[in-house]
Design a protein around this ligand. Sequence first.
Ligand code: ADP
Length: 473
Amino acid sequence: MCGLKGELTAGPTLSYEALRAQYDILRTIGQGSYAQVKLAHHRLTGTAVAIKVLLKEEMQYCLIRSEVGIMKRLNHPNIISLHQVIETEQNVFLILELADGRELFDWIEQSGYLHEGLARKIFSQIVHAMCYCHDIGIVHRDLKPDNIMVDATGKVKIIDFGLGALVEPGMKLSRFCGALRFCAPEFFLDQPYDGTKVDTWNLGVLLYFMVTGTLPFKGTTYKELESQVLLGRYAIPSHLSKELREIIRYLLTVNPTARPTLKDITVHPWLRQRNASSSSHSHKMDPSHPDPAIMAAMADMGFDPRDVQKSLLDKLYNEPMAIYGLLQCQARQQDDYTSQLEPVEPGVTPFPTLTDPTTFPCYQKRTTNTPAIRVFYSLSSKTDSSEDKEQVGQRLRRSATVPAMLPHYQQKRISTLYEDRVCTGTQHNGTMASIRSAYRSWKRWTRRIGASLLQLCCCVPTKKIRVVPQREA
Ligand code: ADP
């Protein structure tokens, strides 16, 4: 049995003010079955992050511990990264990489369905990321379009390992969980199951949904759905290519023993039509050789390099580790950005490099910033705009994941609203994407201005230049 002790972090539980001292919480951007997700701004580095707010309740604590344990093991470009864990008396806050773009569900809802080429590009990234998970003994068990974030370039980030599990080869799991319309036949049979094969089935339902905009099993009652799933009865539109119809059938193999692994799927002809251009490498940081430029920037912020290195080596997911990770992301984004640029007139607006003081312009020395004491949930309801609440309300109706611990009789009464989502959901307004892009371009410009100022005023001591204010505009 999991207690409500502060077991998720190496240090003691913190106060809510400690969180507010590090992060400026801006607004709600997502609502799941268990958690609320906030857009926040890391004060020292000026980086936007997502904060998943979990309420510590007796029942949930095991799930939270499992999610944190899993997130700490993951390091893949198509899976959202965990930067920091902050635990207070009432809440656990997961500081996550902010996913660009929108849920895959919203993209499909907007366009009706995805064309094969785009579906292949997105699906291939999901399959490769999940293969990586299976290789390191992690299953997701809740793969559905709400848990796949996709940006405007088609880059995928898988989120929400809240129902994930650690597995060993041959190990069987027994908890019934996930969205009912995505459930594999073995769930309906109440059999112990192989979690990797459940992920394969879920991806079959997901791929069908991507390319048709509807779900394969359309039963309107539990009994109907159960019989369709157990018999593998669904229709595949004939206009889809032969290879696509084949891969869907292969994924939706009713017998889990005969169902392919995701490794088998990666070599299927439908996926092999795609040039393997998706990045499958992980951005591994080597804690025994931390980046000297980042270490120098952190020393300037007031962090002892030995504490930073210890945090990285012991994977403490504390403040120094988060800042190191956020600065590393900033430097990487800068590299990606500069590599996409058209050549510019040298000397006019030079682009910053890792060793350039303007590369990490947003930080300030640590201060003991203590905002007013407030309970998190009441704060959220006070600060959210009515538009946010409206969106969150819609999302609440859409998310219908069965928790891993519900008693069986309750699970059977839960129905997902997937088809309702397809018919009645309203369009996403793209607020997140526009905020992110405005934020980025604003940040780029302030950096350029900073660099130009540096050139013009060579007498200004570089360490004191702070060209980016603390808050997003
Ligand atoms: P739950 O575990 O309660 O189901 P999720 O992790 O699925 O919660 O998060 C709920 C919603 O919040 C997601 O569907 C997504 O829209 C949004 N979200 C979650 N994580 C991120 C992230 N890292 N970046 C941006 N949005 C996110």
